[in-house]
Design a protein around this ligand. Structure first.
Ligand code: ATP
Ligand code: MG
Length: 237
């Protein structure tokens, strides 16, 4: 629907001659969290990179808020309000936490613009590291910083690729709490996650990819009614 935050319609993607996405379609409802699941190599990150414009789709359409974005450059997609926190969390290692956030700031017409102070309210852990160089942070702290950097761009759609990967359990809790708060504030979110149970604590809708195509999709209620139909496409249950 035109009112959806993000729509993929029959999206194909290639790495050179290797055909990796085979007509992926999905809709992210406004203010909802869509969990994008699938085994290693299923095409989750490729889908996220393609939405963000870092891989050009070789077929299909992608629109945000009813406007086509698939022909735009990555910077223009970010400016349009679609922000990716890539797998492996990219921060500037030699800049401090404050500096990383400051350089990411971009004004957009949103109801409550993001400030550094708001990022620190969301992730109090990060505030204690304000003057520390990002390269010396723990993995979990870098993940919070990477999310904070995306938020400083005042997005409407946030794409999170495995934010819990490799984090100590306590920091996973803080990151998950932060994501839940962003959802409560009305951000539309696609969350790629290996941990099915963790994904289900946050998800409104679920899409499972298998070898670059949508194997099954549904609402969280449909997943709860028949979890095996969904987990049969995943490595872990
Ligand atoms: N830069 C690349 N060049 C060529 N093939 C790639 C490249 N990146 C990924 N692929 C291939 O594309 C397919 C999808 O990879 P992708 O990274 O999207 O999977 P994923 O679902 O994110 O997996 P993971 O859970 O391991 O992160 C895999 O077969 C992978 O080997
Ligand atoms: Mg991936």
């Amino acid at each position: 629907m035109a009112s959806d935050a993000l729509v993929l319609d029959g999206v194909h993607a290639h790495y050179g001659r290797s055909h990796v996405l085979h007509g992926v379609s999905l809709s992210l409802r406004r203010g909802a969290l869509l969990a994008l699941l699938g085994r290693n190599g299923a095409g989750k990150s490729t889908t996220m990179l393609t939405i963000a414009g870092l891989i050009k789709p070789s077929g299909g359409r992608i629109s945000a808020g009813g406007t086509a974005i698939d022909a735009l450059a990555p910077e223009a997609i970010a400016r349009s309000g679609v922000r990716l926190v890539p797998q492996g969390r990219r921060v500037f290692p030699s800049l401090t936490v404050d500096e990383n956030l400051a350089v990411a700031a971009q004004m957009r017409p949103v109801p409550r613009p993001w400030t550094m102070e708001r990022v620190f309210e969301l992730f109090p852990h990060l505030e204690r590291r304000r003057r520390q160089r990002a390269g010396t942070l723990s993995g979990g702290e870098q993940q919070m910083l990477a999310i904070g950097r995306a938020l400083m761009g005042n997005p409407e759609v946030l794409l999170l690729d495995e934010p819990s990967e490799g984090l100590a359990p306590l920091l996973v809790v803080e990151v998950v709490r932060g994501i839940a708060q962003l959802k409560a504030e009305g951000l539309s979110i696609i969350l790629v996650e290996q941990n099915f149970k963790l994904a289900m604590t946050l998800a409104d809708d679920v899409v499972v990819l298998n070898t670059g195509a949508v194997a099954i999709s549904g609402t969280a209620a449909q997943v709860l009614a028949d979890p095996k139909a969904f987990t049969s496409h995943l490595s872990v249950t």
